[in-house]
Design a protein around this ligand. Structure first.
Ligand SMILES: Nc1ncnc2c1ncn2[C@@H]1O[C@H](COP(=O)(O)OP(=O)(O)OP(=O)(O)O)[C@@H](O)[C@H]1O
Ligand SMILES: [Mg+2]
Length: 455
């Protein structure tokens, strides 16, 4: 049997309330009723019903006022407005304000049934998805993000907290470290999860096209604008807009962005009408934005707007504990996709993966394993099936690698061999613990790995 849903019916007329209640209860749902807006709001706050069927005209708080407040209190509750013939234009504006749809009074039973059933089915799918999510989380998976290292576990904790808010998030980190994956996870954990997640790369388009991609354009705004087009900000309404590679945004677009983030409204290219949107912005960059600000290439005020919460993803070589679990995760996936019976890595292959620097980070590891699975002829991936061209310390050409960079790599390798025991690492390197701390600090490492033991 399909799982019952919690549905709230709000009407000041007892006959409408009771007939809807009977019908919905007969269909197997759990029905709550309220005869006024204030009581309804209280029930929405406490019970978080999936669907609310709300009369438009009621004494005290009317349907529109209730809709607006309900969207603040519990955005997941979808609202159907009940309207009499004379109030249809108001019902239409309620739909613009976020109601799912409206039904006319007196009800045409078939029409009302179809509409309610459609919404109920949709909400049931949402519900089932949410419980699936919880199940996966309990099994130690978090939105496809594999996180064993303390740094990545911290990232996951930040995602969980930040997903509950509407705060703008800036995700930084080198290429291939999982920035987009994190942005999707925030969206999927947020109340916006049933709304669109729209990704735009600021590096993929020239300035003029990017402007119309983001904000849309009116017909005839420029040569080739044959019809009106909605921009990604509009498409992402009530959802999340993921702006990738923001370091590539031109000065003009930066001004536009600042205005949208401040006012939550904008005009289409070539248009005059102000368009209001409710969009959560998550942005990402693999550039050093602070350096771009210092060089006058990125607006500081925009940076502060985008960077309300920041998440910095460390390169893979700074969280080697994640390598084995990531490697097995990709191995399983590609073995399945390619219908191969590969289940493990030889010790030499694992040694190589643990010591290689992975300049392309998780993406490089993923690609290397995909290739290895395709090439493999055995149940274990061999060392020779993994990348041959670059070995540890050779991810940058020798001639251009500075002494400091070599020192940094050596220090981290030793630290990792000593399992983050600072005293042991300092002894191996022949320096004092204080010198080791200072060196690590000077490498721009924001925090040191947790220490195993202190002498
Ligand atoms: N922690 C992780 N667990 C599982 N898969 C991961 C993880 N991090 C990254 N990946 C995978 O690695 C690949 C690259 O990730 P993603 O595209 O999110 O990186 P990115 O930081 O946005 O890269 P770029 O800067 O090049 O755009 C994706 O296929 C992603 O699924
Ligand atoms: Mg990316």
């Amino acid at each position: 049997m399909k799982s019952p849903l919690k549905i709230l019916v709000v009407d000041d007329e007892p006959i409408v309330r009771e007939s809807l209640r009977d019908w919905l209860e007969n269909a197997g749902h759990r029905v709550l009723v309220a005869d006024n807006g204030m009581r309804a709001l209280e029930l929405i706050r406490q019970e978080e019903p999936r669907v609310a069927i709300v009369d438009l005209v009621m004494p005290g708080m009317d349907g529109i006022a209730l809709l607006k407040q309900a969207k603040e209190v519990c955005p997941e509750t979808e609202i159907i407005i009940i309207t009499a013939y004379g109030t249809i234009p108001t019902a239409i504006s309620a739909v613009r304000e976020g109601a799912y749809d409206y039904i006319e009074k007196p009800f045409c039973p078939e029409k009302a049934e179809i509409l309610i059933e459609k919404l109920v089915e949709r909400q049931r799918l949402v519900e089932e998805n949410i419980s699936l999510h919880h199940m996966l989380q309990e099994r130690g998976q978090f939105e496809n993000i594999i996180a064993r290292s303390s740094k990545m576990r911290q990232v996951v904790e930040v995602i969980k907290v930040v997903a509950k808010s509407n705060a703008t998030v800036l995700i930084t980190g080198p290429s291939g470290t999982g920035k987009e994956l994190v942005a999707r996870a925030i969206h999927a954990q947020s109340r916006r999860r049933t709304r669109p997640f729209v990704a735009v790369s600021c590096a993929a388009l020239p300035e003029s096209l990017l402007e119309s991609e983001l904000f849309g354009h009116e017909k005839g705004a420029f040569t080739g604008a044959h019809s009106q087009r909605r921009g990604k900000f509009e498409v992402a309404h009530r959802g999340t807009l993921f702006l990738d590679e923001i370091g590539e945004m031109s000065a003009n677009i930066q001004i536009h962005m600042l205005r949208v983030l401040e006012e939550r409204e904008f005009t289409r290219v070539g248009g005059n009408d102000l368009i209001k949107v409710d969009v959560r912005v998550i942005s990402a960059t693999n550039k050093d934005i602070k350096a771009a600000i210092a060089a006058g290439q990125f607006r500081e005020d925009l940076f502060y707007r985008l960077n309300v919460v920041s998440i910095d993803l460390p390169p893979l070589c700074e969280r080697r504990e994640d390598i084995p679990i990531l490697a097995h995760h990709f191995l399983k996936r590609f073995a399945l996709e390619n219908q191969k019976e590969v289940r493990d890595f030889t010790p030499e292959a694992m040694d190589f993966m643990m010591s290689y620097d992975w300049p392309g980070n998780v993406r490089e590891l993923e690609n290397a394993i995909e290739r290895a699975v395709i090439l493999s002829t055995d149940s274990c991936i061999q060392r020779c099936e993994l990348p041959q061209d670059r070995r540890v310390g050779e991810s940058w050409p020798r001639q251009t690698q500075s002494l400091r960079e070599m020192e940094r790599q050596h220090v981290f390798n030793v630290l990792s061999q000593c399992e983050c025991n600072y005293s042991k690492a300092a002894r191996t390197l022949g320096i004092s613990r204080a010198t080791l701390y200072n060196k690590i600090k000077s490498y721009g490492q924001p925090e040191r790995p947790a220490e195993k033991s202190v002498e």
